[in-house]
Design a binder for this molecule. Structure first.
Ligand SMILES: Cc1ncc(COP(=O)(O)O)c(C=O)c1O
Length: 419
């Protein structure tokens, strides 16, 4: 697979992709103005087959906190392959134990036990099963507009009807209440409630930072009613919000923490469940909890280990807060300047959403920015929100380019709308 020099080669690839893999995806990309395949990626940039380089503010929807092809993670994985210690079952491997020790070190509170799986969705299903192991078939309360993944358990728990409507009947045992409303949550708790599962910051329906005191109140309610609190930090974890986990901003610790995405260094598929020891006792006694064939494989564990070392040792997490403030401050200024097309901007660290006056405006802004070499995309679950979530390694200079690009896109779209 050498470097493509002809875009006609890409057309052939797009046609085959549409025919063999996903018929609707090429037209989605074409709508955004992305007509070429990716050639290489490094840090916060992706270069396509025609040599066009983009600043990546999509960040693989949360995979690339450490940047694309982070040299330290690539080296660690290469070493792992060279060492040829790729066996797992029935053996225990050192790297799996070291990854668990490392997760124990960074996990908040007394979350000491963990298990690495193959995706965030699988880890969510594992957390749901952990609740069922302890509380039987009782209900799990989740939030409206939440998104937990694509497997049946995760999809059934999710609160975006347009995502799960086509797959009914869903698994029973979940109810959704409004996010950010602790009173609504309290009203929905009954004798039949086992757990509460939420994201600390919602994102798929636009970036929704909870109101002050909400997460603390959720923790209090769980304590008072003896409910298990599960936090899905698949997106918000591993430094994305300027802390290792978003729950640290709110001073709370869940009973089960679910991780994924960037934990694999943007290179290896991964999910992880982290829990209190008291909830873990039954874990090993149940074959379907840990039997997934590739679960705990050494490449995923090595990726997690080196990713955590990079995040804790490189300073990117500390810089993330400042970079996020730069972006959010500039976006909010644009909201003030372009009220006809923008409504608000919100976020935490480098997870930011800009709410526009509608899906048409969001798409036009994304198209304009892509023309200028900055990748952004509307939220899947809310076309009125433009998502901006670059890798943590984005430079301040690149942030300035993103801001200039967004400002220029606003001027253009605002002007077009007035014509
Ligand atoms: C908050 C959240 N939970 C769960 C998932 C599912 O993770 P995965 O795609 O690795 O299965 C996602 C993925 O987008 C997510 O953002």
């Amino acid at each position: 697979m050498g470097k493509k020099t002809e875009s006609s080669d890409d057309r052939e690839l797009f046609e085959s992709y549409g025919r063999l893999i996903n018929p609707s995806y090429p037209s989605f990309l074409a709508k955004l103005g992305l007509g070429n395949v990716a050639a290489r990626a490094q840090g916060a940039t992706i270069t396509d087959s025609q040599g066009r380089t983009f600043i990546d503010c999509i960040g693989g929807y949360g995979l690339f906190n450490v940047g694309h092809n982070n040299p330290e993670i690539v080296q660690a994985l290469t070493d792992q392959l060279r060492e040829q210690q790729l066996f797992t079952k029935p053996f225990i491997t050192e790297v799996q134990v070291r990854a668990a020790e490392c997760i124990e070190e960074i996990a908040p509170g007394a979350l000491t036990c963990s298990f690495i799986l193959n995706s965030g969705s699988e880890a969510i299903d594992c957390a749901i099963k952990l609740v069922r192991l302890h509380r039987g078939g009782k209900t799990i309360i989740t939030a409206q507009r939440s998104f937990f993944g694509h497997t049946f358990g995760a999809l059934s728990a999710s609160g975006i009807p347009s995502f799960n409507r086509s797959f009914r009947p869903l698994l029973p045992g979940f109810i959704n209440v409004p996010f950010g409303d602790a009173e609504a949550l309290e009203r929905s708790i009954t004798e039949e409630t086992a757990a509460v599962m939420i994201e600390p910051v919602q994102h798929e329906a636009g970036v929704v930072v909870p109101p002050d005191g909400y997460l603390q109140e959720v923790r209090n309610l769980c304590d008072r009613h003896n409910l298990i609190l599960i936090l899905d930090e698949i997106k918000t974890g591993i430094g994305k919000t300027g802390r290792m986990f978003a729950c640290e901003h709110f001073g709370i610790v869940p009973d089960i923490l679910v991780l994924g995405k960037s934990l694999g260094g943007g290179l290896v598929p991964i999910g992880a469940v982290v829990a209190k020891e008291s909830l873990w006792k039954r874990f090993g006694m149940s074959f379907p909890m840990s039997a997934s064939s590739y679960a705990g494989n050494v490449l995923a564990c090595r990726a997690a280990l080196s990713t955590i070392r990079f995040i804790t040792g490189s300073g990117v997490m500390e810089e993330c807060a400042r970079k996020g403030e730069l972006l959010l401050g500039a976006f909010r200024q644009c909201v003030g300047e372009y009220p006809d097309i923008l409504r608000s901007a919100d976020g935490l660290g480098l997870l930011i959403g800009i709410e526009t006056q509608g899906g048409k405006v969001t798409l036009e802004l994304a198209q304009e920015m892509i023309k200028q070499g900055v990748l952004t995309v509307p939220a899947y679950g809310n076309s009125s929100v433009l998502m901006v979530e670059p890798p943590l390694v984005i430079s301040v200079e690149q942030i300035r380019t993103v801001v200039d690009s967004f400002t220029a896109a606003c001027a253009k779209v605002d002007h077009t709308g007035r014509k």
